[in-house]
Design a protein around this ligand. Structure first.
Ligand code: ZN
Length: 250
């Protein structure tokens, strides 16, 4: 039986054969009353789980100015306990392909190690976090949407994270309504303030002016340290992020 430990582990003891018998005996009086149907064992991800002949997966394309050719990242998943309430889709293996073979050595090493970690089971979401924190000393680049990618490894990490969200392994913390409203208000106020009087009608006439940057954030917006997106604008002496709501005054 798997259980999530929320608190810090302060101590532990090895279960002895006689201990195993004791709780079974203790819970015995309650069990017959319930008359539960015997439950099948829930399969957890473990290195002994054999690879089925067929796996489901997704392929993501990465286009980076650091790479001449696109990278194609394929993550295949195993579906554990299919058809039961414990059904779970977990990443099983990762492949990265590219026309560009310059980086083949470390890419193969990376994919093999990641695949091995996937198969070990347990919490594998840390992989995305670790990789997203890798900085290329030569500098990163901006993605569409104004998100800063500090390295190609970070972008592979972002793809893994995106995939884990897609299969439900990572729950995206839903932005609360108050923050959403605040961002919308700030944005409206900023756009109103930055639109010169009389130019408003001209801007609506040509859609090119209405949407200043590809990211959808105002031109001149700087990078937000919290969400790594070029969406930080200065309003009333306060730095405000129009993406995540981060704000710093003074
Ligand atoms: Zn932000």
């Amino acid at each position: 039986m798997a259980m999530k430990i929320e608190k810090k582990i302060k101590g532990y003891a090895v279960v002895k054969p006689e201990d195993k018998a004791a709780p079974a005996a203790a819970s015995a009086p309650a069990a017959p009353e319930k008359k539960e149907a015997p439950k099948a064992e829930v399969i957890q991800m473990h290195e002994s789980v054999e690879r089925p002949e067929q796996l489901v997966g997704e392929t993501y394309k990465i286009k980076s100015p650091l790479f001449e050719h696109a990278l194609y990242v394929t993550i295949n998943d195993i579906v554990l306990n299919a058809g039961t309430p414990h059904e779970q889709r977990r990443p099983f293996e990762i492949f990265i392909n590219s026309k560009n073979m310059d980086h083949f050595q470390w890419i193969v090493a990376l994919t093999r190690i990641i695949s091995a970690v996937f198969r070990k089971g347990g919490d594998v979401t840390f992989l995305a976090e670790e990789m997203k924190a890798v900085f290329d000393p030569r500098g990163g680049y901006f993605k569409a949407g104004g998100v800063y990618m500090p390295s190609i490894v970070a972008e592979i990490g972002a793809v893994i994270e995106q995939h884990m969200k897609h299969i439900g392994l990572i729950q995206d913390p839903e932005m609360d309504e108050a923050t959403k409203r605040l961002i919308a208000e700030k944005r409206a106020a900023y756009e109103q303030a930055s639109t010169p009087v009389g130019a408003a009608s001209a801007a609506t006439a040509s859609s090119g002016n209405a949407e200043p940057t590809a990211s959808g954030f105002p031109p001149g917006a700087t990078m937000c340290a919290k969400c790594n997106t070029q969406a930080l604008v200065l309003m009333d002496g306060c730095q405000t992020c129009l993406n995540c709501g981060y704000s710093k005054c003074g």
